[in-house]
Write a protein that binds this ligand. Structure first.
Ligand SMILES: [Zn+2]
Length: 466
């Protein structure tokens, strides 16, 4: 079965065909790091992680790159306001991004390039565009000559004349044409800057992705992804820059995720309804937030509310309860039970249903529905007087595979030895500091995870319980 995906470029669902069999080159536009991410930034991180996982589940080797914009007007402004260094702010919020998205089950990208580490490639990219006549310098700034790129507007399906209406040259811009966009900005006195053939300055926003895609993935990639709000002008400009220089198609498939509304209102600064991931995961288990996001098709708008999160919470609990019940039954079951074929066939049916849903433009809403059908069937099987190990294992494998794609954990994960050692160290330290409450807490936590501690004159020993 083939995977179909909706390509913004053609506005059609297309059968996915990778450039190289079994391999996928995928690029996802990342955040500008000057604040904690809000739930609107979390959605692309989660849904494109899910899509990456699904490709892996289907046996593809995915090379996944996502950038950090670590120098830009917003960060410079934030640095001024906070009286902090631009690089220090970026560093802090990159760390926070990894913490927040990690909690949401997002796997780190293979590469997370930063603008400040890509400066030579960015400058070379712009320089070569000027050589080809696609870009020009104007008083220390460099602009892209939009009209020279014939197919401008192909991604957002707009003609250059439509775009012309309403385009204005803003104060301080030194463009030939209102449609031109900035590739390099000259630095104001005291601003962070880099040397370039056009004097001290920094890159415009769009050029970084073109340079990074080329550096890490090549001139043409399979999939370029991002939020719907990035399609124009950001992605349109990326195409113009890359295709003008490389004379090759930039990406075969462009995919965009839909918006998140908060309590049925658009999330906006003026409404003050920004929900930070940092805050919401203190109120709800991050896994619930993830499950809520993957519960909808990635292109549909979704509405974020406490009510929706509570409903996601109870849905996830239902799945986990069944999973635990099947696991426990497997531990105590003797290998009895007959006519396993019927059940194995049922399980296979739900795997197909799940795969079919995901093959259809990653319809995770329907994939979750297949998972609930599996829950119902598993609950029915548990009512049987005699159960069979093979069938129970097949249920668990099926749940594990689905959970891997959706990015949630169903069973308790076993602690690694080094994590146990670390907790024991922390407990020894706590006891030294006479913080017995913390020491007991650690002992209880380990006990819950089936780790038994034994304090001996030679030190603390541990073993896994039965
Ligand atoms: Zn980008």
């Amino acid at each position: 079965m083939a995977i179909k995906l909706y390509n913004t470029l053609t506005r059609r669902k297309e059968t996915f065909e990778p450039m190289e069999e079994g391999k996928i080159k995928m690029y996802v536009c990342g955040p500008t790091v000057y604040n904690y991410i809000h739930i609107g930034n979390a959605r692309p991180a989660v849904v494109f992680d899910m899509i990456r996982r699904y490709f892996e589940y289907r046996g593809f080797d995915v090379q996944y790159v996502s950038n950090f914009t670590d120098v830009d007007d917003k960060i410079i402004k934030a640095a001024e306001e906070m009286g902090e260094d631009v690089m220090a702010i970026a560093e802090r919020f990159i760390k926070a991004y990894h913490e927040d998205t990690g909690a949401l089950g997002v796997k780190p990208a293979d590469e997370h390039p930063r603008v400040t580490d890509t400066m030579p490639e960015i400058i070379e990219f712009i320089d070569r565009l000027t050589e080809k006549g696609y870009a020009y310098e104007s008083e220390g700034d460099v602009y892209f000559r939009t009209r020279k790129f014939d197919t401008y507007g192909q991604l957002s399906h707009q003609s250059i004349d439509d775009l012309q209406v309403g385009a204005r040259i803003k104060v301080g811009e030194k463009k030939e044409d209102p449609l031109d966009f900035v590739l390099w900005k000259s630095a104001k006195p005291g601003e962070i800057s880099w040397n370039s053939p056009w004097g001290k300055g920094r890159p415009g926003w769009h050029i970084e992705c073109s340079a990074m895609v080329k550096k890490y993935l090549g001139e043409t990639i399979d999939i370029h992804a991002g939020g719907q709000d990035l399609a124009f002008p950001h992605h349109e400009n990326e195409i113009a820059q890359s295709e003008a220089l490389n004379e090759k198609k930039m990406a075969n498939y462009w995919i965009h995720n839909g918006y998140i509304n908060i309590d049925n209102e658009k999330m906006s600064k003026s409404l003050g309804n920004f929900i930070l991931v940092h805050d919401i995961i203190r109120q709800f288990d991050p896994e619930v937030v993830r499950f809520f996001i993957v519960n909808a098709h990635y292109r549909s708008p979704i509405n974020f509310s406490d009510e929706q999160l509570n409903s996601a919470k109870s849905s996830l609990e239902r799945i986990k309860t069944t999973y635990l019940n099947v696991s426990h039954r497997l531990e105590e079951t003797a290998d009895l039970g007959e006519s396993t074929d019927r059940w194995l066939k049922e399980i296979k049916k739900y795997r197909e249903q799940f795969t079919e849903a995901m093959d259809d433009d990653f319809n995770s809403a329907n994939a979750v529905a297949a998972m609930f059908d599996l829950v119902k069937t598993a609950n029915k099987y548990l009512e049987e007087k005699q159960t069979n190990k093979g069938v129970l294992k097949a249920f668990l494998t099926e749940f594990d595979d689905m959970a891997f794609v959706l990015g949630v954990r169903l069973g308790e994960e076993e602690l690694l030895d080094e994590e146990v050692e670390q907790l024991i160290e922390e407990r020894i330290e706590a006891r030294k500091n006479r913080d017995f409450a913390r020491a007991d807490e650690i002992r209880d936590q380990l006990k819950d995870q089936n780790i038994i501690l034994e304090d001996t004159p030679q030190g603390t020993r541990w073993k896994r319980g039965q």
